[in-house]
Each structure stands twice: as C-alpha cells, then as structure tokens.
Write a protein that binds this ligand. Structure first.
Ligand code: ATP
Length: 305
C-alpha cells in the first residue's frame, strides 16, 4: 500500500518504457543514432571536458508538433548529483536524451563546460557520457566483449577490474566459460541483476565524466539493488550525475532535485528545501512514505484522473 498512488501515475507507460529504455541504452552507448538530423557539423571539434558542468539554456523540444519540454533553464556544476523526478510523461527521459544528442533541441542550447553539444563530435560527446538504463542492452558476444563495448583499448585486466568493482566478477567466474561465455540473444541466459551488473561494469570501464542513471528498479532483487546502488554512489561521487528516479528515496541525498511536470521544471532544490516548499515533490513524498491521509484533495483528484 506504500506505493499506492505512484503506480497509478505511471500506469500505461510501463511496456513502452521498457522499449524506450532499451533503444536509448543501445544508442547512447555508441551505436550510431538513427535520427538523420543528428550528425557531426563539418567544423565539429572534440568535446573537452574540464569540470563536467552542464547547462540547459532556455531549451524547448518537441518530438513532432506537441512541445514536450519548454523553458528548461538550469546550470549544474561539475561533480554534482542531480535527481530528476516527476509524474510519468513529464519529460524526464527526454530531458536527458538531449545531453548525448539522441535528439537536438528546437530552441536554446545544451552545453557541457560551455560547449554546445551540437558543435562537438558525436563520438567525443558520447564517450564522455555513461548511460545506465533500466533494461541494459547486451549483444550476442562474450561477457568480456560486452563489458569492453566501445572501450577498445581496454585490456583483459581492465575488464576484470571493472567487473570486480561492479560486483560481477564472482558470477562471471561461475559461468561455463567465464569471461568467454557467450551472452545476449542466443547465449547463456542471465538474470536481470546479472545483466545490470555487466552494464555497470561496462560503464565503469568507460569511465565517463558525466553519468546518467535511469533508475534501475526492474528485475533486480532487493539485495542486488542495494549493492548496485552502493557501487553507483561510489562511482558517481566525483562526476556529474543525473538520476532519473521513480522512487524518491533514490534521490533523497542528491545535491539537487529537479521536479518536472508537463515539460517544465516546476521545483528545484534539495530534498529538505522541496519538502519546505510543500508542492508537488512534497506530495509525492507523502505518497511514497504512506502519508496519504494528509494529501491535498486536488493532488488526489489529479492522481486518480
Ligand atoms: P516516465 O516516467 O514514464 O518514464 P518521462 O517523464 O521520462 O516519463 P518522457 O519519456 O520524456 O517522460 O516523455 C515525455 C513525453 O514525450 C510523453 O508525452 C511521451 O509520450 C512523449 N514521447 C516520449 N518519447 C517519444 C518519442 N520517441 N516520440 C514521440 N513522443 C515521445
């Protein structure tokens, strides 16, 4: 009963979410974008990450005619952990898809350390951004190849070290051919938690300056999730990190939380500050802590609509 209202807010988007997360994961991690509009400018230079500062300057975006994001304007210092929350369909995933240029803004600009993401090479941009999705993408190949993905200069030792850090080494050692075991579509079937740990090892190996985490709640048991959260927190510590969260407890300790509603940032602050504000975030918090009795009527009506 604790998560009584939140699922209602999310209902209907679950299946779609899975497909989207999968597509986003595979694209962000290096497969060339299928959007023909997104390509290198002739004069594109390599992105130079100095602090990992991220700025959205009055960004507007629409997939087609309907505007999905508007007046998005914020600046994040390097090394900050930013939670991104809001009801289903608010635009959380879309917001972060603009960073590695899965799509380009319609107005305004997204910048990393002052450089407009449209003015740097896609390769350098995506190399600097790690994306950990809800449904990690594995291809048909060995465990080692799946961890290496894109980090071509990684040695066997590097791969094993990343696997250890991601808490994956132990289960890999128990696979029929250890790091040479074939996984993916026709390979050995891995559990959700194992796939997630492989994806985590891949991201740790990649060592990106900026990290985007799409809350990994699906298919993982509580114990695995605790381990993964722990590892991620450690890994995120000195990089700019965006966490898209459905459970507010995930972002409670974030340096800053952006609350999205209907394509706009409606609240922006720490957990404590947002509770103080007593707006949308505070109401979601009441829902998730089971304090439903004190929810304002208009919020209940909206949630049940
Ligand atoms: P959730 O919590 O359910 O993941 P979200 O806040 O991440 O939602 P987005 O996935 O960014 O929201 O979606 C914002 C809006 O854009 C929604 O109305 C959604 O239906 C729409 N949308 C998302 N992806 C696409 C797409 N590829 N093409 C067209 N519309 C899309």
């Amino acid at each position: 009963a604790q998560q009584f209202l939140w699922p209602i807010l999310r209902l209907g988007d679950v299946v779609d979410d899975y497909e989207r997360a999968k597509a986003a994961g595979s694209r962000v991690q290096g497969v060339l974008s299928r959007d023909p509009a997104v390509s290198d400018r002739p004069d594109a230079s390599a992105l130079e990450v100095t602090n990992g500062a991220v700025t959205y300057d009055d960004v507007r975006f629409a997939y087609s005619r309907e505007t999905v994001l508007s007046e998005i304007d914020f600046a994040v210092e390097g090394g900050t952990t930013v939670g991104v929350v809001g009801p289903t369909g608010a635009g959380k995933s879309t917001l972060l898809k603009l960073l590695p240029r899965l799509y380009d803004v319609d107005d305004g600009a997204v910048r990393i350390d002052g450089q407009d993401v449209r003015e740097v090479t896609l390769q350098s941009l995506r190399k600097s951004i790690g994306y950990v999705s809800q449904e990690p993408f594995l291809f048909y190949g060995t465990v080692a190849e799946n961890i290496r993905y894109g980090t071509f200069d990684a040695t066997k030792d590097d791969i094993e070290e990343a696997a250890r850090r991601a808490q994956a080494h132990e289960f890999i050692e128990n696979l029929p051919s250890e790091y040479d075991t074939l996984v993916g579509e026709r390979g050995v079937k891995l559990s959700g938690g194992q796939r997630q740990r492989l994806a985590l090892a891949r991201t740790m190996l990649k060592d990106p300056a900026i990290l985007v985490l799409d809350e990994a709640t699906s298919a993982v048991d509580t114990e695995t999730e605790a381990i993964i959260q722990d590892r991620l927190a450690e890994f995120a510590a000195n990089r700019t990190t965006f966490v898209i969260a459905h459970r507010l407890s995930t972002v409670r300790t974030a340096d800053r939380i952006l609350v999205l509603d209907d394509g706009r940032v409606v609240e922006d602050g720490t957990h404590e500050a947002l509770l103080e504000t007593d707006g949308l975030y505070a109401n979601f918090w009441r829902v998730q802590t089971g304090d439903i009795a004190s929810l304002p009527q208009e919020f209940l009506e909206r949630a049940l609509r």
